[in-house]
Design a protein around this ligand. Structure first.
Ligand SMILES: Nc1ncnc2c1ncn2[C@@H]1O[C@H](COP(=O)(O)OP(=O)(O)OP(=O)(O)O)[C@@H](O)[C@H]1O
Ligand SMILES: [Mg+2]
Length: 220
């Protein structure tokens, strides 16, 4: 498949507010694609439509070859998501968070334990696997969420502001992991950010969004 995501005039309104205004773009398979824009630009709203959490007011998108309106279940089965807001269980350990998520997706037994191990190693959390998440720093939490997003072996990983609130060192580490994952697992990465410097350094292509519209799209 040449394109992982094709958005066609995707729009979302909340009452009279047009949060996303007929955006069209495509993301090539294997690409790190950044959706850049200030607060309120419509980044999360766009992601929510692509991951089938929000229904477009008009337009549609093809994700991994499936239409978000016609085949939402197939879309969901083929993607991983890291939400803007933290969604880990603080009372569980890193491993338990992953195994619970695996179970919800029908993965069990040795298969899910092996997968959890490889993802904890990939994200640099293996040493802390038995610590409760409540003792984790912001950067460690984010890396655990990325590991969780990869559990179902998605073909696209969506990351909504993966580096928000992190110090420069943790941000660099997250980006290193994102790059590694893109290469090693050959998956497409769609992420949002309002951090121009990091997007310029790491993304293959960037869409710059403001007030619900894409103002520019291309290489950094
Ligand atoms: N459920 C909702 N109901 C009403 N308005 C909403 C809803 N969700 C988002 N909006 C509005 O849509 C616009 C775009 O919001 P969105 O969350 O997509 O922006 P964003 O680019 O992700 O911003 P941020 O960088 O702050 O996360 C904002 O004006 C927001 O207030
Ligand atoms: Mg957002």
């Amino acid at each position: 498949m040449e394109y992982s995501i094709i958005a066609k005039n995707l729009s979302k309104s909340f009452g009279s507010l047009k949060a996303v205004k007929a955006v069209s773009f495509s993301v090539k398979s294997g690409e790190i694609f950044a959706y850049l824009g200030p607060n309120g630009a419509g980044k999360t709203t766009t992601i929510n439509m692509l991951i089938t959490l929000a229904k477009p007011t008009s337009g549609t998108a093809i994700v991994n070859g499936f239409d978000v309106l016609e085949n939402p279940n197939e879309v969901r089965r083929s993607i991983g998501v890291v939400f803007q807001e933290q969604t880990l269980d603080d009372d569980l350990t890193a491993t338990e968070n992953l195994l619970l998520h695996a179970k919800l997706y029908g993965l069990r037994g040795q298969e899910s334990r092996d997968l959890a191990k490889s993802l904890l190693e990939l994200t640099g959390l293996w040493e802390r696997r038995n610590s409760r998440v409540r003792t984790f720093s912001g950067g460690m939490r984010r890396r655990l969420e990325i590991a969780r997003g990869l559990l179902t072996s998605p073909r696209i990983l969506f990351l909504d502001e993966p580096t928000i609130g992190l110090d420069p060192q943790s941000r660099a580490l997250i980006w290193e992991k994102i790059k590694e994952i893109g290469k090693e697992k050959d998956i497409t990465i769609f992420l949002t950010s309002h951090q121009m410097d990091e997007v310029e350094e790491f993304a293959h292509r960037v869409a710059i969004m403001d007030l619900g519209e894409i103002k520019a799209i291309g290489t950094p």
